[in-house]
Design a protein around this ligand. Structure first.
Ligand SMILES: [Zn+2]
Length: 362
């Protein structure tokens, strides 16, 4: 069995810098068109000069590996120092989106990130993104209550929902991407939100749940992660997973698009320092999403309709959200079992497990 599909975009990747980018670049830049390259590097990409430099680095690697379809879309990070002027100048310097990771929520957001409790003070920056014609991408998790109590990781996305609603109401003219949705409730919110609101969905939340990845240590019920699958937002419950698959494979999906949120770390950083993020190569992710579509829909739909829905999720809806032209090239997927190989020092998503489809290289 074979399927010809439209070339995918991957609008959420952490390429990193230094040694790491040299190792992982070809895995994250091949087989894809537009790729949103997140700027939460150790020195944040939060101003025009950094945007230009990072984009140049990525284009240099594109030339080195001769990846003709790869189009890097660099983000400018929101910080407590951001202003509408910095956003405008960064877009002029080549930024294709603004990225907001609230303070203390994930890698690189630490002290510089804007807390959800203060986000309303920065709505002018989100409006500036809209005026410049680029989307505002946001990670929605509340890590601490207003009086500093840490919130359980499983509950953080739910606790951010009032802030999502406030921003949607107060920034009506900017395209807002609700990044890496992991819960039923946030997916429902995006489904019924105005047409400028999109949601991105990462493969790990479609294929894993928290249950095999937590070990409960009785009697205090505190949980521990399988650190290799630790990511933010953390993996959720079976109901959440079912909802995400229903949204992505729906006949009339106009809101949800696919991402990997690939975020590589060295093995020691995962096991010892418990860094959040999973490294998902495109040649693993693309056939796995196809597999989800194929096996969920094949008893009900013709292959042509499955391809149409897959193309919406993998390529077309992200192009609509970001105003990118549609990819006019195709990939051939072939039904064939293969085992995902590992990589020295960097743990790989689905490593050692089988995938039932493969990208056929020309
Ligand atoms: Zn991310």
């Amino acid at each position: 069995m074979k399927a010809m599909v439209r070339g995918s975009n991957n609008p959420h990747v952490h390429f990193r810098e230094g040694d790491m980018i040299e190792i992982i670049f070809p895995y994250l830049a091949s087989h894809v068109g537009y790729v949103t390259c997140m700027g939460n590097t150790p020195e944040l990409i939060d101003r025009p000069e950094r945007v230009t430099k990072y984009r140049d680095d990525l284009l240099r690697l594109r030339d080195k590996y001769k990846l003709e379809h790869f189009q890097p879309v660099v983000t400018v990070m929101m910080t407590r120092d951001s202003t509408p002027k910095i956003i405008e100048d960064s877009v002029k310097a080549g930024a294709g989106a603004v990225k907001d990771i609230p303070g203390q929520t994930s890698t690189g957001s630490g002290e510089k990130g804007v807390s959800l409790f203060e986000q309303h003070k920065y709505y002018d920056c989100a409006k500036a993104a809209g005026n410049c014609g680029v989307p505002y991408l946001k990670h929605w998790e509340l890590a601490y209550t207003i009086d500093g109590q840490e919130i359980d990781e499983l509950d953080r996305e739910h606790k951010a929902i009032p802030f999502v609603e406030d921003m949607i109401k107060n920034v009506p003219d900017t395209t807002i991407v609700i990044e890496h949705i992991s819960t039923d409730r946030l997916a429902c919110l995006v489904e019924t939100a105005p047409s400028n609101i999109f949601g991105s969905i990462a493969i790990q939340h479609m294929v894993y749940t928290c249950h095999p990845d937590f070990k409960y240590s009785l009697p205090d019920l505190s949980y521990r992660y399988n650190w290799l699958n630790y990511c933010k937002p953390v993996l959720k419950h079976h109901d959440d997973q079912e909802k995400l698959i229903a949204c992505t494979t729906a006949e009339n999906n106009t809101k949800f698009f696919a991402i990997t949120d690939a975020a590589p770390w060295y093995l020691q950083q995962k096991l010892k320092d418990h860094k959040p993020g999973i490294f998902t190569p495109n040649n693993v992710w693309i056939p796995m999403v196809w597999e989800i579509f194929w096996y969920n829909l094949i008893r009900k739909e013709w292959p042509k309709e499955i391809i149409r829905r897959y193309n919406r999720f993998m390529s077309e809806i992200s192009a609509e959200a970001y105003n990118w032209p549609l990819n006019d090239w195709e990939l051939t997927l072939q039904e064939d079992i293969w085992t995902v190989p590992g990589l020295k020092d960097v743990p790989v998503f689905w490593e050692g497990k089988d995938v039932n489809w493969v990208i056929q290289d020309k």
